[in-house]
Write a protein that binds this ligand. Structure first.
Ligand SMILES: [Zn+2]
Length: 477
């Protein structure tokens, strides 16, 4: 889920300049200078956190001037959502108020209460989260995104550092208050002249409608998810999409080397990957050596094992605890984000001292299904999960394509299971498949007490039938 580059906002211009200069200076900082920034920002975050009921209780009896990060409890999205009011520093931020704001898609990209930016996370852990930040945090995300990304066209960026001459197409889930969509709409509303140059395109529409819109727009940069970029690349390779972007930005899902080279080949341009989360948008950026550098001056990542004990550099963690040093409104401290990461033991040869990480993030499959015109249709995992979440309110599930072409939707313990709802799950999936030009799938629904986890211990929500398991003429032709 790539965020978008910096643009001026409502906070004072000298504050924006200070943030930008600091982000630039940290690009060439030593590990010690980065650690110093982390330490002073941790102290500020701790002060802010004491403004919440949750952390006042958690820190009772401790000396606020001398509390190490690891003294704080681990928390996660379900726990935070359950006691939402105790995790925010402004009592005007109520769960009810925010949920009603997010239920209105017309308000995407508008500030809540005139001063907060809000987005919902996807429900990959079975429950959506609500994340709130102020303008200062947004300015930090913007600066990190705009000033750290390594450009494959350095001369163009030197002449146009604010991307004013670019036509930027965001291809993703556009119907709700998702972080990337909020980011695009916020920039477009703040800078009306951007409205014609930055556009969002929905992945929920049929591929031919998407290609028509993209061709009419003619993007110079495409920002999207690896699976959506791969779909566009395949369409371009089949001569069904004619766009000439100069860069493609990806994020939000795992990007394998094979998928990267296919996308670069299909779209005919360089790809820059990133790693972010609803809890902190620009966690890591890709350098000229193709490595992901953590923005460790503003976010702390702790790779840990299943018992939340630290995992040494060079080893893959079971999960990751994230501490957002920029958000003082809803302090996220040692927040379990579920991703498996590895911090490289050695510094990168590009010269940045910011730590390098590898990430095993979301790995849902694309489904290839028979089309009504006889040709195969590709269904994107993000589109499938979005229709189930947004149109049917289903978050705790796994959708598996079976060898005979049927789809099996397995409902987890937190999913509503009534007959009317099951029919709704079937209907939204069928409507989506038909809108994509696919034949109507046969959908079976079953219930379990706990959803099956993959070998890595994570829930894969969309599972394609392995190519070897397909029966001729069934799942894909
Ligand atoms: Zn590097």
């Amino acid at each position: 889920m790539p965020e978008l580059p910096a643009k001026p906002s409502t906070i004072a211009s000298h504050q924006l300049a200070a943030i930008a200069l600091d982000v630039l200076a940290t690009n060439s900082a030593t590990p010690r200078q980065i650690a110093e920034r982390q330490a002073s920002r941790w102290a500020s975050l701790l002060q802010a956190a004491l403004g919440t009921r949750y952390y006042r209780q958690a820190l009772q009896g401790l000396d606020p001037a001398n509390i190490p990060l690891t003294a704080l409890p681990v928390t996660d999205k379900p726990a935070m959502m359950q006691r939402f009011a105790e995790h925010v520093t402004d009592p005007e931020l109520t769960l009810e108020g925010l949920q009603s704001f997010c239920a209105d898609p017309q308000r995407v990209g508008q500030p809540y209460l005139g001063r907060y930016w809000v987005w919902e996370s996807s429900g990959s852990t079975g429950q959506p989260g609500l994340f709130v930040q102020d303008e200062a945090a947004m300015a930090i995300y913007d600066a990190l995104e705009g000033l750290r990304r390594h450009s494959p066209r350095p001369w163009v960026r030197l002449l146009d550092p604010l991307y004013l001459g670019e036509r930027l197409a965001f291809v993703g889930a556009t119907g709700g208050h998702y972080a990337s969509q909020v980011s695009v709409q916020r920039q477009r509303k703040a800078q009306p002249w951007l409205a014609s140059r930055w556009r969002s395109f929905s992945i929920l529409q049929a591929a031919n409608a998407l290609t028509e819109q993209l061709e009419a727009f003619g993007p110079s940069i495409v920002a999207t998810y690896p699976t959506a970029a791969l779909l566009l690349a395949e369409l371009a390779l089949r001569d069904k999409l004619h766009i000439r972007p100069a860069e493609v930005w990806t994020g939000g899902e795992t990007l394998t080397p094979a998928v990267r080279s296919r996308i670069e080949q299909g779209l005919g341009c360089a790809l820059r990957n990133s790693y972010g989360a609803s809890e902190f948008l620009p966690i890591a950026w890709e350098c000229g050596r193709g490595r992901l550098h953590v923005n460790a001056d503003w976010v702390i990542l702790e790779p840990v094992d299943a018992n939340h004990r630290p995992v040494p550099n060079g080893q893959v963690s079971h999960t990751t605890l994230l501490t957002n040093l920029a958000n003082h409104v809803q302090p996220l401290i040692r927040f379990d984000i579920g991703d498996r990461i590895l911090i490289e033991p050695k510094a990168c040869t590009c010269g940045s001292a910011l730590p390098v990480l590898q990430v095993q993030g979301r790995r849902d499959d694309m489904l290839v299904v028979p089309g009504r015109d006889g040709s195969p249709v590709t269904l994107l995992p993000l589109a499938l999960t979005t229709v189930l979440e947004d149109q049917a309110g289903l978050f705790d599930f796994q959708l598996r394509q079976l060898a005979d072409g049927d789809w099996r939707v397995t409902l987890g313990p937190r999913a509503a299971r009534g007959t009317a709802l099951r029919n709704r799950y079937r209907r939204v999936l069928t409507d989506f498949a038909l809108a994509q030009g696919a034949t109507a799938p046969r959908i079976v629904i079953c219930c379990v007490d706990s959803l099956p986890l993959s070998a890595s211990g994570k829930l894969k929500r969309i599972v394609a039938v392995p190519a070897a398991g397909r029966r001729p003429g069934a799942a894909a032709r």
